[in-house]
Design a protein around this ligand. Structure first.
Ligand SMILES: O=P(O)(O)O[C@@H]1[C@@H](O)[C@H](OP(=O)(O)O)[C@@H](OP(=O)(O)O)[C@@H](O)[C@H]1OP(=O)(O)O
Ligand SMILES: Nc1ncnc2c1ncn2[C@@H]1O[C@H](COP(=O)(O)OP(=O)(O)O)[C@@H](O)[C@H]1O
Ligand SMILES: [Mg+2]
Length: 392
């Protein structure tokens, strides 16, 4: 029996019904061990794999909160002392997510952004003062355009991380609340695509998003992101204006969305994460606007089966390769091996798109070729039918 150490918050554990899946893990040969971060890890191990969402503690540790620093250090020491233990989403990778400025800079380094001109991250700049002149200059230099979204620099660690403002004009610069990242607003017909990644598997779920917005003399709008992009959000900002209702519906290129997930995985060395992507309603380019560690996977019904398959992958073939290697520090070898496994896995990976929260759309990409025929699996009736891309 392989031992899987895990640490996620109580809230997340309940949301995912994590504990109810112990039996499923056991039947697959994995014993789930809940990690107690307040106690030494050596006595709680050994762990073959560790899965976690430590972003909030890491944010607190960065702020100097001592208990959180101890928890993070405990985890890091364990992984350092046990190179045979595979830690998903290493702390260094999480650090890049916690600060939106660093996060967007990391996205810019993704190979996909240099290879595919239709994938981008909207222009952004970090603002650290309320001084309107300084901010005006920085925004101009960074080519940030009106309207823009002001996002707290810290992406995790408190409710404030999700309180944002949309600034429409120069007068609105007085509403900037530093430290924040200002990012050009991209009109996307109020449709958000959440890419959910579980190792080499990539899923896409459609969500409501913000309506199209234009530069104007209107006052700054403040909003809580948790109210606008959930499956059932019905915020006034989700309702497209009548003049935008006619614009053509956004049809996602599943292969491109899948590649966004893979490319970010390669660049940021993450295993369990989500990417928020919007498609520019004018030029149809794909904008990466947010990366989340261990998201809710809402809409991925068989999340645990897929996670278990991934655990089998990383504790099976990959681990054998690591153990066979005695030339180098095995942790280093593991780090270099990850992209290799990814390449072979790519052939078998599938993408799922949840349409109107009822249908799961399965895209077949045989041998990496894009196939325009999709199969809808209705979750309620289990019936299967076919539809072409433009039938969405
Ligand atoms: O489930 P958690 O741990 O509260 O984290 C949520 C979660 O990642 C959520 O993603 P999703 O499940 O809705 O895809 C994130 O939503 P957004 O991408 O819409 O912001 C939340 O931000 C996460 O909360 P937190 O920032 O506390 O990690
Ligand atoms: N640059 C942008 N252009 C248009 N809409 C955006 C942009 N950035 C964010 N949004 C909207 O705001 C929501 C929250 O932004 P996001 O960066 O994902 O914050 P959070 O980390 O709180 O999820 C998104 O789901 C999307 O609806
Ligand atoms: Mg988001």
């Amino acid at each position: 029996m392989k031992r899987v150490g895990y640490w996620i918050s109580e809230k997340k554990s309940k949301k995912l019904n994590f504990e109810d899946h112990r039996e499923l893990f056991r039947n697959a040969g994995f014993e789930l061990v809940k990690i107690d971060l307040t106690a030494p890890l050596e006595q709680q191990g050994p762990f073959d794999v560790i899965i976690h969402k430590l972003t909030d503690y890491l944010a607190k540790a960065n702020e100097g909160y001592q208990p959180a620093q101890e928890y993070i250090q405990r985890m890091q020491m364990y992984v350092q002392d046990h190179p045979e233990c595979i830690m998903m989403d290493p702390i260094d990778s999480l650090q890049k997510l916690l600060n939106r400025n660093k996060q967007y800079k990391s996205v810019l380094k993704c190979d996909l952004l240099s290879q595919d001109s239709s994938v981008f991250t909207p222009t952004f700049v970090q603002l650290t003062t309320k001084d309107m002149e300084i901010n005006r200059k920085k925004l101009t230099e960074a080519k940030v355009t009106y309207p823009f979204v002001c996002k707290p620099t810290a992406s995790h660690g408190s409710r404030m991380a999700h309180m944002m403002a949309i600034i429409f004009n120069e007068e609105g610069l007085k509403d900037i609340n530093p430290p924040c990242v200002a990012q050009s607003f991209i009109n996307h017909n109020a449709v958000l695509f959440k890419i959910f990644v579980i190792g080499s598997k990539v899923f896409v779920v459609e969500r409501p998003s913000l309506k199209n917005l234009y530069p104007s003399d209107q006052a700054t709008i403040c909003f809580d992101t948790q109210e606008v992009s959930k499956r059932d959000s019905t915020h006034f900002l989700n309702q497209l204006d009548a003049s935008d209702l006619d614009s053509s519906p956004v049809v996602p290129d599943m292969e491109r969305l899948t590649e966004v997930g893979r490319s970010i995985r390669r660049a940021m060395r993450l295993d369990l994460f989500g990417v928020d992507v919007i498609i520019d309603s004018e030029i149809k380019s794909y904008a990466v606007i947010d990366i989340n560690s261990f998201p809710g996977y809402d809409g991925i019904d068989n999340f645990f089966d897929i996670l278990i398959d991934y655990l089998k992958d990383v504790t099976g073939d990959l681990k054998n390769k690591i153990e066979e290697s005695n030339n180098e520090d095995s942790l280093q070898v593991r780090k270099r091996l990850k992209p290799e496994t990814e390449k072979t896995d790519e052939i078998s990976s599938e993408s799922y798109l949840n349409i109107e929260a009822k249908n799961i759309l399965v895209q077949d990409v045989p041998n990496g070729l894009v196939n325009n025929q999709y199969s809808f699996v209705n979750k309620h009736s289990n019936t299967i039918g076919n539809s072409a891309t433009n039938g969405l």
